[in-house]
Design a protein around this ligand. Structure first.
Ligand SMILES: Cc1cc2nc3c(=O)[nH]c(=O)nc-3n(C[C@H](O)[C@H](O)[C@H](O)COP(=O)(O)OP(=O)(O)OC[C@H]3O[C@@H](n4cnc5c(N)ncnc54)[C@H](O)[C@@H]3O)c2cc1C
Length: 399
């Protein structure tokens, strides 16, 4: 049965394959998307079970093998605007621009601020710029895989970028290997539930007495080294906080709001994609140009097709080739002990009851909260920040 799988990632390959549209989607008790089966419509054809990437991997029997990338690059885009509006160095933008130049189509995650919803969108609907940057929340696939297949069948070039589990879902859903498809995923820590984020954003709207007009999960005002959440409002007010000071970001990074299946995720260790992108956090350990900390991507080519796409993207980017064995540090499986998983679930119920800000208060001692408040204050005042580099850490105010 496709319903109620403990490790379901919500990739929705089952919903896309069902020939009688018997599979819908609902939210589980913690706000994560899961498939539901309409038993009146279901013909028990078994296609949903067969397409599930978890069935294909068989959790217990087949442990993922370590696969080394073919090539590894540190790269950042030549355009400062692209780097500023991307999470790391803008590798995704460069890859997409090449596909669009040839009349292709790009599928990626879009955060719709009016609906407060993250979902799979494409460049026929929206400009490429709206797909850029990481959204730290689960994104809905809907019937997106069917749309990708119909584009592929016309012979059009397609680039898909999503989480490793979504990439696995897409590859499993497609009936054959398509030459005109490039699958990109990224090193994915985890995702949180959309309800947590939308509740939190609504609380910000109440606090600022205005509607939100934009959110940015990877604002680089404090430099690339600092995760920073920024929200803009109709009344022109701006909310900007580093991850440790922002309740949503803090709870997300502290695992407290993450999807259960993200812990022990098989697809973060065994990618189905042609390319894996990451923030090159470990650039200090390599002899590379660090882009003055404005953002640098680590791009790993997992297939020949991925390698070719990266070679082509290099024209738009500053790149340095890396030793594949050393650069593969980011392809590690993440697993989480059972007790920790229970703790996470406790936190999820807490969020549902009291909200994200209350969870942050519970997780942090008053002393730590004071420390982060002072740190945020110092970072917001460049003169103070220049005097206390220890407090600012690896953040650096963007010029
Ligand atoms: C939830 C999440 C967790 C991550 N965790 C890590 C990590 O632990 N370590 C690390 O090194 N890198 C992580 N990354 C990847 C990193 O933040 C960058 O996405 C990557 O470096 C590519 O950057 P870029 O500048 O090339 O592209 P970007 O312009 O940042 O775009 C990358 C593309 O990712 C896709 N995307 C964004 N958000 C989502 C989403 N919620 N669901 C599906 N697809 C999405 C979109 O299609 C987007 O266009 C994570 C990304 C996400 C979304």
């Amino acid at each position: 049965m496709i319903e109620g799988k403990e490790w379901c990632t919500g990739c929705m390959a089952c919903k896309n394959i069902c020939p009688v549209q018997a599979i819908g989607q609902a939210l589980d008790g913690y706000g994560f998307v899961v498939p539901t089966v309409d038993s009146d419509r279901c013909t028990h054809c078994g296609k949903c079970e067969a397409v599930c990437p978890l069935t294909k991997m068989d959790r217990e029997k087949e442990k993922p093998k370590e696969i080394l990338p073919l090539k590894a690059y540190a790269m950042y885009h030549r355009s400062k605007t692209v780097v500023a509006s991307s999470s790391s160095g803008g590798a995704f933008y460069a890859l997409s621009a090449n596909v669009l130049k040839r009349g292709g189509i790009v599928f990626g995650c879009y955060y719709d601020i009016t609906q407060k919803k993250a979902y799979l969108a494409d460049t026929d609907q929206l400009p490429l710029e709206s797909l850029l940057t990481s959204k730290y929340v689960e994104s809905y696939i809907g019937f997106g895989f069917q749309k990708i297949k119909s584009q592929l069948d016309t012979g059009r070039e397609v680039l898909f970028c999503g989480t490793p589990c979504q990439a696995a879902g897409l590859c499993s859903f497609l009936p054959k290997e398509y030459e005109n498809l490039l699958v990109t995923d990224f090193t994915c820590g985890a995702v949180s539930a959309q309800v947590c984020l939308s509740d939190y954003l609504s609380s910000l709207e109440r606090r600022f007495r205005s509607k939100l007009t934009a959110v940015q999960f990877r604002d680089k005002h404090y430099g690339w080294g600092q995760y920073c959440f920024q929200a803009e409002f109709e009344n022109k007010k701006l909310y900007r906080k580093t991850a440790m000071s922002d309740p949503y970001f803090f709870c997300f990074l502290r695992s407290s709001m993450q999807r259960l299946s993200c812990h022990g995720c098989l697809f973060s260790a065994c990618h189905f994609s042609d390319l894996v992108l990451s923030d090159f956090w470990k650039c200090d350990f390599f002899d590379v140009d660090r882009n003055d900390r404005h953002g640098i991507s680590l791009a790993l080519a997992m297939t020949k097709k991925g390698q070719q796409a990266l070679e082509e993207a290099r024209e738009q980017m500053h790149t340095e080739e890396l030793d594949v064995k050393e650069a593969a540090y980011n392809l590690k499986i993440r697993s989480c002990p059972k007790e920790k998983r229970q703790e996470i679930f406790h936190d999820q119920s807490f969020v549902a009851k009291y909200g994200v800000a209350a969870l942050r208060r519970e997780l942090l001692s008053p002393r730590k909260r004071l420390y982060y408040a002072v740190r945020q204050f110092v970072m917001d005042h460049p003169i103070l920040a220049a005097h206390f580099p220890g407090i600012v850490g690896n953040g650096q105010i963007m010029k």
